[in-house]
Design a protein around this ligand. Structure first.
Ligand code: ADP
Ligand code: MG
Length: 437
């Protein structure tokens, strides 16, 4: 498909208007950017934005009436674009220096649509080579501006939905920092007059704000504008279970173990910090790419008191019963050990390539099943070492269950043993295929 490689933005004589030109194939297209009475920028019939920066970023994500979405700026247009656009940032002029986004999942550098995973893999990406391995605030210059509440003018919210839930929807966007701009996922609270909903979202933000780990989705901040918005780093590969469905042939067991090991590292960090997640499940493990997973959704999470090892819920709520340990359901008691139980269910989901746990059973029936000493069977593709670990995660008494320190170590040993076997073997792809039974 022909793609417009070059685009250029310049001011027109007529005050407040700009000409946007792009080359598509051999044709040059010109668009007028004008401001309405309220000062908002748009192309004719297009979506309106407060600043030119937001409009340009949006047009990179969506064509919105253009012949194609924006790709690269004309090399010689930088001066004019800078001069033209006082509202564009002085430093990483997004318009003049299109960023390569190495952490998205397809090979052309930038993916507007969520949940697309490139395959087969060309060059194996490492988590530390992505832009979401370290916090965007790890740069001391950026840290100077770190605040929980973000300015609306630095945020572009596109009408591209990454996911949805009871609270509203999660949209794709861009957040402009001092020296760079980053892709973000924005949880937008649906229009609600309920103070309780806002409080709940703020609680989620407060928890995430205290966490900083490569295997956990970081909070960038909160923005209170047309709605309450939780701005997070982007993990555009979608939830783990959806990614794995129907991919038995394509994604080897070693890749599944790699992702689960990363989840274990993130959970070990939470355990050390004395936080309980309370909603660990494959649906809440998001992928950055097929070799990089992050734990997300802290909507039910709690920080434990310094001397507490568990949290007691006042009353039972809308709970993911199939992921919950017996003591959660029986006594409303939540600890890192009950997260370990959920981790076992998450392992089962992953090694069964996205199947639903306890298939035909209803939530309350599962507890009976567990009380009788029964457990889910080993998924066909699951290596015996991994089934043994998930079975240990499903130890009835929480005191006897392993903690994440142990779980992470066992995951690591297993994953590294596969990796070293693969290195020494000419048939690396098959190394991880040893299945149960
Ligand atoms: P809920 O509390 O309703 O389960 P989640 O936090 O799990 O909400 O988000 C719902 C969906 O939104 C996810 O399944 C995912 O598709 C998308 N999503 C959430 N956070 C991100 C993120 N940081 N990056 C990309 N997509 C995300
Ligand atoms: Mg969720």
């Amino acid at each position: 498909m022909m793609e417009p490689l070059l685009s250029r933005l310049r001011p027109r004589k007529e005050q407040g208007t700009y000409a946007l030109s792009l080359v598509y194939g051999k044709t040059v297209y010109h668009y007028l950017i004008s401001q309405d009475k309220a000062g908002k920028f748009c192309i004719p019939e297009g979506t309106k934005f407060d600043t030119l920066w937001q409009l340009v970023e949006y047009l990179k994500l969506k064509a919105d009436g253009l012949i194609y979405r924006l790709k690269e700026a004309c090399p010689n247009s930088s001066a004019s674009a800078e001069a033209a656009a006082p509202t564009l940032p002085a430093h990483p002029s997004t318009f003049t220096q299109p960023q390569r986004r190495v952490d998205t999942l397809n090979s052309d550098g930038y993916t507007p649509e969520p949940a697309r995973v490139a395959s087969p893999e060309k060059q194996r990406p490492m988590p530390m080579d992505t832009s979401v391995y370290e916090s965007p605030y790890s740069d001391p210059e950026e840290l100077k501006d770190k605040k929980l509440f973000l300015k609306r003018e630095n945020l572009l919210v596109a009408d591209i939905e990454l996911g949805c839930g009871n609270f509203g929807s999660v949209r794709q966007g861009v957040y402009r920092m001092r020296k760079k701009q980053i892709d973000v996922a924005i949880k937008v609270l649906k229009h609600s007059t309920e103070k309780a909903d806002k409080d709940e979202m703020m609680r989620e933000a407060q928890i995430m704000h205290q966490l900083d780990n490569p295997y956990i989705v970081r909070l960038i901040g909160v923005c209170q504008a047309e709605a309450l918005m939780l701005v997070m780093e982007m993990a555009g590969g979608g939830p783990l279970h959806k990614f794995l469905i129907g991919k038995k042939e394509e994604i080897p067991v070693s890749n599944v173990a790699e992702l689960l090991h990363q989840v274990a590292m993130g959970m070990k960090y939470l355990e050390e910090k004395n936080f309980v997640h309370r909603d660990l499940a494959a649906r809440n493990v998001l992928l950055v790419n097929r070799h990089y997973a992050k734990i997300s959704d802290f909507g039910l999470s709690k920080a434990l008191g310094a001397d507490d090892s568990y949290y007691t819920a006042r009353s039972a709520g809308k709970w993911p019963l199939k992921w919950y340990a017996p003591e959660c359901i029986n006594f409303r008691k939540f600890s890192s050990r009950s997260d370990v139980w959920s981790y076992g269910v998450t392992m089962w989901e992953a090694f069964s390539y996205g199947q639903k746990p306890y298939k035909k059973m209803k939530g309350p029936e599962v507890l009976d099943f567990i009380k009788q000493g029964k457990r889910m069977e080993c998924p066909p593709e699951c290596p015996p070492e991994m089934y043994s670990l998930m079975s240990d995660c499903w130890t009835y008494k929480w005191e006897d269950r392993p903690d994440f320190l142990t779980v992470e170590q066992r995951m690591r040993n297993y994953y590294y043993s596969l990796a070293s076997r693969a290195e020494g073997s000419p048939q690396c792809g098959q190394v991880a295929e040893a299945a149960c039974g």
